[in-house]
Design a protein around this ligand. Sequence first.
Ligand SMILES: NC(=O)c1ccc[n+]([C@@H]2O[C@H](COP(=O)([O-])OP(=O)(O)OC[C@H]3O[C@@H](n4cnc5c(N)ncnc54)[C@H](O)[C@@H]3O)[C@@H](O)[C@H]2O)c1
Length: 256
Amino acid sequence: MGRLENKVAVITGAGSGMGRVTAELFAREGAIVAVTDFNRDAGQEVTDGIIAEGGRAKFWALDVTSEKAIAAAYAEIGAEFGTIDVLVNCAGIIGVDKATHELSEEEWDALFAVDVKGVFFSTKHALPFMMAQKSGSIINFSSIYGLTGNDEFTAYHVAKGAVTMMTKQDAAVYGKYNIRVNSVHPSTVLTPLVEGIANAFPGGLAEYEKVNTAAQSIRRLGVSMDVAYGVLYLASDESTWVTGVNLPIDGGFMAR
Ligand SMILES: NC(=O)c1ccc[n+]([C@@H]2O[C@H](COP(=O)([O-])OP(=O)(O)OC[C@H]3O[C@@H](n4cnc5c(N)ncnc54)[C@H](O)[C@@H]3O)[C@@H](O)[C@H]2O)c1
């Protein structure tokens, strides 16, 4: 018996990085996984891989910036699988590395469209299934930089701060429906999102790891599975009394 046996789980951004590894882990733990991503090839490849390993999954091509697309896809997922028990809001982009005085309105809006509005739309259209059955678990991907600031990627960090607050607010509002809302806050995890930045870093990946983990207690970059195991716990019935938590998974960064 898997830790998510027969739960219907929707994962955004499941075509790559932590979303992909979470989808694969969920399927191995018995979940029926709705893989969603706006990258069709990547999403279909993840889905085919899960099915090839004996898991249950289906792919929906989905851009989280479109409320219409989300509403249509989640209605289809509900019709196909009966409900939505678990929602993982993982899709995200990092945007441009600029400070407030350098950012254009377009850059700000493009980042917020995915990282903030995407979480809002996705949560909004999963909630009715959870409210009807009086249970559900939503896990939002924020970041250590949704809990504290630093001197880079201002729009991204402010957006992740909004996700931190959406988590607390939705946990407060929807507890009466037995819906839990928690967030995970990774430090730097080596995924395609950061691989380009790491490889272009002066001194390469080794130097990037040294610099980026200097403020952690455990001085290595994260791997996707470090975070996926936390998401699995929050999705499962092992955490039915856990809600409104902003969980750092960060090698101890936030403790120092
Ligand atoms: N990698 C890190 O160090 C790190 C640290 C903290 C938080 N995060 C957050 O974790 C989440 C996953 O990051 P990752 O590193 O695995 O990234 P990734 O780039 O490997 O994967 C992100 C996925 O989201 C999809 N996506 C992007 N925009 C989308 C859109 N508009 N609609 C639908 N799908 C879209 C991409 O196609 C991709 O498959 C993101 O929210 C990211 O901000 C990452």
